[in-house]
Design a protein around this ligand. Structure first.
Ligand SMILES: [Zn+2]
Length: 417
């Protein structure tokens, strides 16, 4: 990919093959983790989100498709690069690294193959602020940013007390926000992101801000439930403050969320490693779940997408295709083409389960003790629809274009008044 070019006369930059106007006012993109369509609408219906009510009527209210696998890392990186995983390289939260043969988290910035938009906007003279709920995303999102007080910062709620000028471009975050470090399993972890966004906008007025939350609430509470409505009502208040500060705000999600349990209230799981062990012999095939995360309390590492490494995949693909609960079974090449994924970071088979089913490895390997509510999860095609909302009106009709969540910066900078 050619390096970014800056056209100062036109006030535009081209990054990763897409052109963006430089911001005329502070531009905030919010990734609401796990925000399936319906959460915001239900809170509006309950009369608890006056800002959203106004924006969805008078601003821009679209639906978009996220990247499959509908997981956090691939989608956050698509939103901040403007490109699919085939280009940026982040194919899951977790993968089998072909260079080392080891299973690792995909949090290391070395796995990101292109720059995010942020260094280019910084070189064009913009102040940048990146705030995430969990620290695991910070390294990827802040890659290549020149951190400096008041100019560029990148930090998480989770480690807000550890933020330093050298590592994060900011210190004294808790004093600035007026909140202590929240529990990693709480709505407070996301609230901290919004509260920090407002304080930073008041103090430093960054031209480009990216706020990314955690889906702890969405994993446990469906749209319209009291806890979900409380969460979106809380968000509504912070968005109203950013709006009052003159920001263009685009909100989208990294993925949706669906109920994944049976009539008995237990997770409805297809344990793929157990299946393959039965078909081929123990450990002849290797099942990898790219949802895997150290924070398993939300979902017990159960999602609707898995990759399988095995010799001679064709007969296994045929067996999987005949099974109930399987939405798609694809070869590596088919999956790479259909979902715009990097083939060298996929297994030999890609499996996607249906809306209310999840995929596991072996039954014995999943710790489901943290599931205090019936399982809600994501990863599949059934969680691809997400909101794409802006507090300003589009300058031209939206048309029948297939919107992606990674059009968020394009919408904010190029397509609204
Ligand atoms: Zn997520």
């Amino acid at each position: 990919m050619a390096p970014d070019s800056i056209n100062t006369i036109g006030g535009e930059i081209t990054v990763n093959g897409r052109t963006y106007k430089l911001p005329k006012q502070p531009t905030v993109v919010v990734c609401i983790d796990g925000s399936e369509p319906g959460y915001i609408e239900e809170t509006v219906k309950a009369g608890r989100a006056p800002w959203f009510a106004k924006v969805m009527k008078e601003g821009t209210n679209l639906l978009a498709d996220c990247v499959v696998p509908s997981f956090t890392n691939p989608n956050n990186l698509s939103i901040v690069t403007g490109r699919p995983p085939a280009v940026h390289g982040i194919s899951g939260n977790y993968f089998l690294d072909p260079e080392t043969g080891k299973e690792v988290m995909m949090n290391d910035p070395k796995f990101l193959r292109i720059e995010t938009l942020f260094p280019s906007f910084q070189r064009a003279g913009c102040r940048i602020a990146v705030v995430t709920a969990k620290d695991k995303l910070r390294g990827l999102l802040g890659k290549d940013l020149k951190l400096a007080a008041g100019k560029a910062c990148s930090f998480s709620s989770e480690k807000s007390d550890k933020a330093s000028l050298a590592e994060n471009g900011i210190e004294g975050v808790n004093a600035l926000v007026g909140m202590p470090v929240p529990d990693v399993y709480s709505a407070g972890l996301s609230e901290f992101v919004f509260a920090a966004g407002v304080k930073l906008m008041e103090r430093d007025r960054p031209e480009i801000m990216y706020l990314s939350t955690t889906d702890y609430i969405q994993h446990k509470h469906a749209p319209g439930t009291p806890v979900a409505n409380d969460f979106y009502a809380m968000m509504d208040g912070y968005m109203a403050k950013l709006d009052a500060l003159g920001c263009t705000i685009v909100l989208t999600a990294d993925h949706g969320m669906n109920a994944k349990f049976g009539k008995d209230g237990q997770p409805d799981v297809i344990y793929l490693q157990d299946l393959f062990d039965g078909w081929l012999g123990k450990d002849k095939a290797k099942v990898i779940l790219p949802i895997t995360d150290p924070y398993v309390v939300h979902h017990g590492a159960l999602g609707s997408y898995a990759v399988v490494y095995c010799a001679d995949p064709a007969p296994q693909i045929a067996k999987l295709k005949a099974m109930e609960g399987i939405e798609a079974v694809l070869t590596k090449a088919e999956a790479a083409a259909r979902f715009e994924l990097p083939p060298e970071r996929l297994g030999d088979i890609v499996v996607v389960s249906t809306k209310h089913k999840v995929l596991g490895t072996s039954a014995a390997k999943h710790d489901l003790s943290g599931l205090t509510e019936p399982l809600r999860s994501h990863g599949g095609i059934s969680e691809q629809r997400v909101p794409l909302i802006c507090n300003r009106k589009m300058t031209a009709p939206a048309g029948s274009h297939r919107w992606r969540n990674f059009d968020a910066f394009d919408l904010a900078l190029n397509l609204v008044a």
